[in-house]
Design a protein around this ligand. Structure first.
Ligand SMILES: [Zn+2]
Length: 240
């Protein structure tokens, strides 16, 4: 489903661990009126530079079904079958940035030999849709949606919601929870459900993590591609 960024428990900081600025010993203090000459000022400036870091790659979204026709779609947000009860996409299509799409294809190919295929629920999502989800979600369920103030990794084309389907029957497998279910059953380490559903959930996770995706700690179906920080948050419609 949808959360991905900005969770209370997993706060991403570009600075990493807080930096402590130690005074340089032996350096004479300067007046506040002349900060340009102050080494301490320069150290502070350098420490703050990462905050201003911008995404380094331009967006290049790839349509997933064009990579392999056996990658299937079930784009719930293009139907009324979602937590809002109405469509928010005009087209049932799914896109990711090129490196993420290639990694997804490799995961699909590794699973295919065992009779499993990837069924995609969502990929790139325009920012305004993230805002819509946030506004429609009650406060106690906000962990399941991304804060639009920070943007979602879906907005960067680097997050995907997906499950497994049976290549023989074309039907999705049962997992420990439904897609977009806002309950603890959705946690990727939820110990309940059937043993078979947990096995399939873990199989999906292993295949995705092997290719550079990370599962979201509250949703077994949501995966972030490792390079998500490098891409800008976007609000453009699906490519034509
Ligand atoms: Zn998601």
């Amino acid at each position: 489903m949808r959360n991905e960024s900005g969770t209370p428990r997993r706060i991403e900081t570009r600075l990493g661990t807080p930096r402590r600025i130690e005074p340089v010993s032996g350096t004479p203090r300067r007046s506040r009126g002349n900060p340009q000459g102050c080494p301490l000022f320069l150290v502070l400036l350098l420490a703050l530079l990462p905050l201003r870091a911008q995404p380094q790659r331009t967006s290049g979204l790839v349509e997933l079904t064009k990579l392999d026709p056996t990658i299937k779609l079930d784009i719930r947000y293009a139907t009324a079958n979602n937590f809002l009860g109405r469509p928010v996409y005009t087209e049932a299509r799914a896109f990711l940035q090129r490196p993420a799409a290639d990694a997804l294809l490799r995961a699909h190919q590794s699973l295919r030999q065992y009779g499993y295929g990837l069924l995609i629920h969502d990929g790139y999502r325009p920012w305004s849709v993230t805002k819509l989800f946030w506004d429609a979600t009650p406060a106690d369920k906000k962990v399941f949606v991304a804060d639009p103030a920070k943007g979602s990794r879906h907005n960067r084309g680097c997050a995907v919601d997906l499950t497994l389907y049976d290549l023989k029957t074309g039907k999705p497998f049962q997992m420990p929870s439904e897609y977009d279910e806002m309950s603890e059953r959705s946690y990727p380490d939820y110990p309940g459900g059937t043993a078979e559903s947990r096995r399939l959930r873990n199989l999906l996770r292993d295949a995705m993590e092997h290719e550079g995706f990370m599962v979201y700690e509250y949703e077994w179906w949501h995966f972030d591609y490792k390079d998500w920080r490098l891409y800008p948050i976007a609000d453009t419609p699906f490519p034509q």
